[in-house]
Design a protein around this ligand. Structure first.
Ligand code: NAD
Length: 454
């Protein structure tokens, strides 16, 4: 096939897949030009708060872990709690009383009751750990009611919703933060420290992902089983990009002197859910016979404006041990976390041999971990990283400092879902990232965690 035919086919595929405008082989995301006419608020700060008064929406698995952490953080007060399941609200109310705190007011009158919670006058912040489809409605209701909005990952699942969060945060002048706990895991933060100290040299490449066998969970009738499968039925995309992307984005200064430029995604066929459903419900059952849109393995390559590459994997329907595939490679060496944490630095490590990552943690532990490790002991969730993310959020609000993450991170990292979907639908066409900062990404600025001294 000639080049021109290849290009013609590329255009046709992109058009068939609804990949938006295609220029010179590059599909432009529909929102590439941006919508907001305000300058980006990359340096947004608020006055210190005496205490942080919180309304919590969605107290299932992850919401409960955050609540238990917040109850241990001085200055955080849970004033209101909302869930569609009354007993879950009552459980959290009881925890608060048991912890010697006032009983928060409960909201359980249906799926939109969070709106009443957002209207309360005694809240500074609304925190949501609901299923994905509720993140944006809850954040928008919070911002419009004059509260900072904090959401679990991903912040949004469409580009239009990413823009809505950016616009609402800019219009109201309030924070809209996506809580990406994996940025705070100890090996990832140690790697960030190696990067900042120049030990890995100039960065070239990163990897990450979400590789977690969720087949049983997707067919269960509890917790995420109630809502997660619906996304696998409808969408062929990286549905959960931020765990893999967040720590690499921090190392590569995304939105702080660098940006994601474009991506290309490929998808395998879909098999795992049909195999699991056949095993669980019988080969003739509707769940075994139906078509699932989600490919078992979605692989996305991102090119940054500075010329680094990032490979992100989404794999939730195959038998395998958990991994986030974290890896950062520079001109002097690399760190990788799975299956065992390892580091190799030229001139420092024995030639051609990995060194034990734990040894590096002892020597290059990030100041955030050095100062907070003791507090994480006994905390709920994922080996301490969840407590650290909650603690850092509350501390920033109490001190009037800038939180570690902002709405531009939330939008750029979450955008991968729809961008990967467009790339796959168009036959793996390259797709441009929208610039949610409208040029402000060029400004070099440190992360909040970079400013912590041990
Ligand atoms: N960062 C992490 O490591 C991590 C881990 C697990 C889940 N999560 C994220 O946390 C969120 C919740 O996941 P989960 O595992 O806790 O799920 P879950 O299903 O256990 O909890 C969701 C809760 O939200 C409630 N809910 C549903 N609709 C609601 C509404 N309209 N208003 C109020 N409450 C509502 C449900 O009743 C449930 O209690 C998801 O976004 C998920 O991606 C993040």
């Amino acid at each position: 096939m000639s080049d021109s035919l290849n290009r013609r086919e590329l255009f046709a595929r992109a058009a068939r897949g609804g990949a938006g405008a295609v220029l010179g082989g590059m599909a432009l995301s529909g929102c590439a030009a941006g919508r907001s006419t305000r300058p980006a608020q990359t340096n947004l700060r608020h006055n210190p708060l005496k205490k942080v008064r919180i309304g919590f929406v969605g107290v299932g698995g992850m919401g409960s872990a955050h609540v238990r952490n917040l109850l241990k953080i001085e200055g955080a007060e849970i004033r209101a709690v909302c869930d569609i399941v009354k007993t879950k609200v009552e459980r959290v109310q009881d925890w608060c009383v048991k912890a010697g705190r006032p009983r928060p007011e409960g909201y359980w009158r249906g799926e939109y009751d969070f709106k009443r919670l957002c209207e309360r006058e005694d809240l500074d912040l609304v925190y949501t750990a609901t299923p994905w489809r509720w993140h944006v409605p809850v954040c928008l209701a919070a911002l419009e009611a004059g509260k900072h909005a904090v959401t679990e990952v991903p912040a949004a699942t469409t580009l239009a919703d990413c823009w809505k969060l950016v616009e609402a945060s800019e219009r109201t002048g309030l924070y809209c933060i996506m809580m990406e706990n994996c940025c705070y895991d100890r090996f990832e933060m140690m790697t960030l420290n190696l990067v900042r100290k120049g030990l890995l040299g100039e960065l070239l490449h990163g990897e990450g992902g979400y590789l977690h066998d969720l087949r049983a969970l997707k067919f269960s009738k509890r917790g995420e089983g109630l809502w997660r499968l619906a996304h696998s039925i409808r969408r062929n995309a990286d549905l959960y990009p931020t765990h893999g992307l967040g720590p690499v984005a921090w190392c590569m200064d995304i939105n702080r002197g660098n940006k994601f430029d474009y991506l290309v995604s490929v998808a395998t066929k879909s098999r795992g859910l049909n195999i699991m459903a056949a095993r669980k419900f019988g080969p003739g059952s509707p769940r075994a016979r139906r078509k699932y849109a989600l490919g078992d393995i979605i692989t996305t390559t991102i090119e940054t404006a500075r010329g680094e590459t990032i490979v992100i994997t989404h794999e939730t329907d195959c038998p395998r041990p958990y991994s986030r595939n974290f890896l950062v490679q520079g001109t002097k060496g690399l760190a990788r976390k799975y299956p065992d944490p390892k580091v190799y630095i030229e001139g420092r490590s024995p030639h051609d041999q990995w060194e034990d990552g734990e040894k590096y943690i002892r020597e290059f532990d990030h100041p955030v971990w050095k100062t907070l490790e003791k507090r994480t002991r006994g905390a709920a969730g994922h080996g301490g990283m969840d407590y650290i993310e909650d603690y850092r959020l509350i501390q920033a609000l109490l001190e009037g400092g800038q939180p570690d993450l902002d709405v531009y991170d939330a939008a750029a990292w979450s955008a991968v879902t729809e961008l990967s979907e467009r790339s796959i639908a168009g036959g793996s066409v390259p797709v441009k990232f929208p610039d949610f900062t409208r040029g402000a990404w060029k400004q070099k600025r440190p992360l909040g965690v970079d400013l912590v001294k041990a």
